[in-house]
Ligand binder design. Sequence first.
Ligand code: ZN
Length: 435
Amino acid sequence: MIRLYDTLTRQKREFVPADPTRITMYVCGPTVYGRAHIGNARPAVVFDTLARLIRREFGPDSLVYARNVTDVDDKIIAAAEAEGVEPSVITERYEQHYLEDMRALGVRDPDTAPHATEEIGPMIAMIETLIAGGYAYAAQGHVLFDVTKDPAYGILSHRDREQMIAGARVEVAPYKRDPADFVLWKPSEPDVIGWDSPWGRGRPGWHLECSAMIATHLGETIDIHGGGLDLIFPHHENEIAQSRCAHGGAALARYWVHNGFVDMGAEKMSKSLGNIVTPAELLQKVDGEVLRLALLSAQYRQPLPWTESLIEQSKTILDKLYRVAGDADPGEIDGEVIEALSDDLNTPAALARLQAIDEPATLKASGALLGLLAKSADDWFRGGADDGAIEAKIAERAQAKANRDFATADRIRDELKAEGILLEDGPSGTTWRKE
Ligand SMILES: [Zn+2]
């Protein structure tokens, strides 16, 4: 039995999916205009781990996991203008980087990754439904959601109206009837990305994108909606309002799961604070599994202070686990590891238990449930070096030497040395080791 803390009811509840043969989970994905930082990687790793647990409990094909790509947004438009390129140049580049970075952290691609720019039709349809129901209004090329028409507004964030107005970071906008009303559609200038709509040429608001894509890809009511704590208000509150009002009062999600922040010093890591560290930089120095273990070292709802020593400790733990697991084939998953993860993803307890397992096959299978120990011990202790590529270079160097092309042979040796690979020539050929 899996238990999850649900932000909406503020309780840890048994996870009972509506349909255990088609469990639906949606996690708000990246806005692709820059390189992801390690704080952005936390939800990806947390919900990947939850997906693994759900598939173990309910079956490998039981889950449909959707994570969207926000590929139209003011920050994207600004980045494209700064480079003098089309927004799609920016979004394609950074989506690719995002996928590479997350895969390096052992994050499997979601089952579906809807893109906002490909789902404009369903978004316009949802806005029309909201206007027809009296929940939204058009004004000066914008369409706004009228929060005063939704008595349940505030249900997720447990905020009263004053707090919501203050928290909505309200810009003074003459077209809003109420300061807390939020944008469903906004006009685009002729030189800015946009689509034709009944309200003129424009683009969707960010909150709307998730509501429309959830309905299209997963259904009106899903089992789990996830994301970072910072999305509770206004983003998820607004998603709830839009979806419920467009769907005759049907709840958007049965469980709301939110992960805490990654902190740098005393502050939340964020692009706007300029205190970010990216997986891309860290992966130059350490294996992605080290970062994954570090991200799972705190229970997902707790803040996670990101430090050098956290990375070192995570590496030490993985070295120890790989020494025990060796190259064993995965066996049965340890019961205590399952129990720890089933208790609202208690990853610190699961990691502590992993370190106590001395049966290699059990350890290998149990590690896999957390997305760890995916390499062979040999690969791990050679520092994740690409054996095939190194062997190919060694063969190339041997050929060069046979051709008495010593300049090329020396160049290959130096290139490998720059990557930390030392060659040793012996009577039976050349071997290599990590520096
Ligand atoms: Zn969302």
